[in-house]
Ligand binder design. Structure first.
Ligand code: ADP
Ligand code: MG
Length: 393
């Protein structure tokens, strides 16, 4: 997806005020009536309408007049709100090239004021799945706009919370720096995804290190659930870093064993194919390493001393609640396939979106606070990227 951050430079305080007003309106409208946007934004002399036109031109909003005249945020509009907030907080000053395109995320380099380069992940939960599902049976009854905002934000919150907790426990993960909306900023991992690596000096050592992390995660009560050559980075010293955590589950999950075995199998399969590893040999070399493994050398989930509860204990303080986890799992596991309860699910998610913001239900009251925040945002927006010419998308 194209992220032309240059546009940010030309957006005024009023532009962001109206964009924020649309975001607020989307808490309880799929398409926010134009008139409501105007009421929330409270720009003088009908200024909202002119601004809306400008935002539409830059594809930050989508116009819909099928039922009534209104607007919703596009991904790009949501991106800009998050990026703007990050810039205001001083997290980074410029957005650079895109370094990753996942199924449900886009990853960019961003630069701090001192030139340090970080990674910014913009979650796009629902980008693939909802579209596919929508074509099948109009999942969530036209409410998908709420859901991609809500789900992408949940995915980012979860990823951030997990990354922080894993780092605290000494796991090789990026340093989690900041989270806002659907955006996570983290340290840039040096190296490449394992899938791009054709040769290793010590494939056995790397293999054991990776497998060791799967086991250690389980000992801490967690399963990655997408542990494969795309989500393991490796540097020139053949040190690994794990990435991509929104789908992680607790070892107490009803399908935990299956997820664990699948992660293990992915690693075995990849090393067998890519590096011709013969696992029996590699484990026979080592006296202790076959402990808790089956005859093929695979770690047995049942023989790992697992400490369930890691999720609850460590993540409660992060703002990522059990309810959030249930919602995201419902989407990841069943949302796309399950045909049951689709209507009520949709409604639930919309309610969650409203709840999740700890609002008192009075959106006009909220909008004042948030719009004031949006106001403070903008004074230095013209500097954005200017200090970093040559470092643009
Ligand atoms: P997705 O959930 O879409 O798969 P990932 O978190 O796996 O997203 O990131 C996709 C790709 O972006 C990775 O394969 C990797 O190449 C790159 N990437 C992600 N995070 C970082 C990071 N912190 N540092 C460097 N590259 C990264
Ligand atoms: Mg990935």
């Amino acid at each position: 997806m194209k992220l032309d951050v240059d546009v940010l430079r030309y957006l005024s305080k009023d532009d962001f005020r109206v964009l924020t007003a649309v975001e607020l309106g989307m808490r309880n409208h799929e398409i926010v009536p134009t008139e409501l946007i105007d009421r929330i934004a409270r720009l003088k002399h009908g200024g909202t309408y002119k601004v809306l036109k400008n935002l539409l031109k830059h594809k930050l909003l989508h116009h819909d007049s099928s039922k009534y005249d209104g607007f919703r945020l596009t991904y790009l509009g949501y991106d800009f709100l998050a990026i703007k907030t990050m810039v205001n907080k001083g997290v980074f000053v410029a957005v650079g090239r895109q370094i990753g395109v996942g199924k449900e995320s886009d990853i960019f380099e961003v630069a701090r004021e001192d030139g340090t380069v970080l990674a910014m992940k913009l979650h796009r939960l629902g980008r693939v799945s909802f579209r596919a599902v929508k074509s099948k049976r109009d999942y969530l009854r036209h409410r998908s706009s709420y859901n991609w905002l809500y789900l992408s934000r949940l995915a980012a919150l979860k990823e951030f919370a997990f990354m922080k907790a894993l780092e605290t426990h000494g796991f090789p993960v990026p340093n989690a720096i900041e989270n806002n909306r659907h955006c996570v900023v983290m340290s840039l991992v040096q190296g490449y995804p394992l899938v791009q690596v054709k040769q290793l000096q010590n494939p056995e050592t790397v293999f054991e290190a990776i497998l060791g992390q799967v086991v250690r995660l389980a000992e801490h009560g967690l399963i990655h659930c997408d542990f494969n050559e795309f989500n393991i980075m490796i540097d020139d010293d053949e040190k690994i870093t794990m990435i991509d955590f929104p789908q992680m589950v607790s070892v107490s999950h009803r399908n935990a064993q299956m997820y664990f075995d699948r992660d293990v199998e992915c690693i075995f399969k990849f090393f067998r194919k890519r590096f011709n590893l013969s696992f029996q040999e590699s484990i026979d070399d080592n006296d202790d390493s076959d402990e808790g493994r089956d005859e093929a050398g695979k770690p047995c989930f049942s023989s790992i001393e697992r400490s369930a509860g890691f999720l609850d204990r460590e993540l409660a303080a992060s703002g990522f609640t059990r309810k959030n986890e249930e919602d995201i799992q419902r989407f990841i596991e069943g949302g796309a396939e399950s045909d049951t309860n689709s209507d009520s699910e949709g409604v639930d998610l919309v309610e969650d979106l409203n709840e999740a913001d700890t609002v008192d239900g009075d959106s006009s009251h909220l909008s004042v606070e948030e719009l004031n925040e949006a106001d403070t945002v903008d004074d230095d927006s013209s500097h954005l990227l200017e200090q970093n010419e040559g470092y643009k998308c």
